[in-house]
Design a protein around this ligand. Structure first.
Ligand code: UD1
Ligand code: UDP
Length: 370
């Protein structure tokens, strides 16, 4: 059986890596890996850690690329690769442009499509943008759907996807997380990214990530102004923000936060260093999808800076809070949790709803059975 994995961004790679590792255990499976290179630096960081050796690398990234550029270039190049490999299945993950275009090109070639992390929805076309539509269209194109949770399965059933084509697996991101936690457990602190050296880990750490397109402009300014106020109100707090490489993010972040004392604006971390940092943080403030899933597994409360989330499981469990992007809401929810240890302890007793780290064997088993 020939499987062609198509990946291009940091989260695609983190979440497909354990599926690729699992596929490698089966002699019957011939694996092909195509990187679109939608991200360059942030993808390579992950690919190197998991030892993924690509057969094809389209190297599509350009500085400050827009959605028209990336989509059109990816369609032209991926079409050729799928024709050339002619796999039994194309495997895509999640909701990025690489995901959607990979599925579309497989469909044009009449190749079967497996969608990992299927069924996440906000039902808001523009939030997250363009991911909500990327994943909805990928569902329409896919032949088998690996839903991380029961809620995701329910969304797929509502869209008339046949139950027999849906498998609830847990999120493969949790497989990647457990694999990484195990790998790093005996590694000393000084072996992680150099940019962590200036941080005082005897203090409480607030870890921040933010990159969503629907927040560019005013919402991102509010986020940064909120962070500035938190830094001022809590001078003993260390705030660590690995800043996403999207220039729209960096401009605002560096303009507003570069001179703030207890604020560490650092480059994106390689995955093991980021996992280590999550483990050693007190609280996480993010708009990331993957981080929302990982934090509950390591018992860290997450404050989600978005108006809607497709990952409501963590919010319903009580380990995550959805607070929007208004400065006052950000300041209030962070300071609330820093001051109120009861509220904090209550949040961390919640259980992780995103899987037990064994999603990938289910995916490969079902592909072999399909
Ligand atoms: C993309 C995905 C988003 C995902 C996110 C994960 C789309 C439309 N968006 O958003 O769903 O949540 O990745 O991080 O698929 N850049 C670099 N080096 C890198 C990566 C990015 O310089 O390694 C810069 C480039 O200027 C690039 C820009 O970031 O043009 C934007 O990258 P792009 O892939 O278009 O969107 P993201 O905001 O990263
Ligand atoms: N991550 C990382 N280094 C960082 C920030 C995040 O390795 O500096 C990891 C994080 O653990 C998670 C993934 O990247 O697995 C999330 O990526 P991102 O937030 O860019 O995308 P999203 O999940 O929102 O699509």
């Amino acid at each position: 059986m020939k499987l062609l994995f198509i990946l291009g961004t940091r989260p695609d790679a983190i979440k497909l890596a354990p599926v690729i590792q699992e596929a490698r255990k089966h002699k019957k499976i011939k694996i092909y890996i195509c990187l679109t290179g939608q991200h360059r630096h942030m993808l390579d960081q992950v690919v190197n850690f998991f030892g993924i050796r690509p057969d094809f690398d389209l190297n599509l990234m350009e500085p400050n690329q827009n959605l028209f550029d990336i989509t059109s270039k990816a369609i032209l190049k991926l079409g050729d690769i799928i024709k050339k490999v002619n796999p039994d299945w194309v495997i895509v993950q999640g909701d990025t442009t690489t995901t959607f275009v990979g599925a579309l090109c497989a469909f044009y070639n009449k190749t079967k499509i497996a969608h990992v992390e299927a069924g996440l929805r906000t039902y808001n076309k523009f939030s997250p943008f363009p991911e909500e539509i990327n994943r909805t269209l990928t569902t329409q194109l896919a032949d088998i759907h690996f839903a991380p949770t029961k809620k995701a399965e329910k969304s797929l059933l509502k869209e008339n996807i046949e139950k027999k084509k849906i498998f609830i697996t847990g999120n493969t991101g949790i497989d990647a997380l457990f694999y990484t936690l195990d790998k790093i457990k005996s590694i000393p602190r000084n072996k992680f990214a150099g940019s962590l050296k200036n941080i005082d880990f005897s203090k409480k750490i607030l870890l921040v990530t933010g990159h969503r397109r629907e927040s560019f402009g005013k919402p991102f300014q509010e986020i940064c102004l909120g962070l500035k106020q938190i830094a001022r109100e809590f001078p003993n707090l260390e705030i660590v923000y690995p800043v996403h490489l999207n220039p729209n993010v960096r401009k605002t972040v560096f303009q507003i936060l570069s001179k703030v004392n207890n604020m560490h604006l650092i480059e994106p971390l390689n995955y093991p260093s980021f996992v280590w940092l999550m483990k050693n943080s007190y609280l996480i403030l993010t708009d990331s999808g993957g981080v929302q899933e990982e934090a509950p597994s390591i018992k860290k409360p997450v404050i989600v800076m978005r108006n809607v989330s497709e990952r409501m499981e963590g919010i319903e469990e009580g380990i995550a809070k959805l607070i929007g992007t208004k400065k006052s809401d950000i300041v209030n929810s962070v300071s609330g949790l820093l001051k109120d240890s009861k509220q904090y302890s209550k949040m961390i007793t919640a259980k992780n709803p995103y899987g037990n780290g064994k999603a990938s064997p289910i995916i490969i088993r079902e592909l072999l059975n399909a």
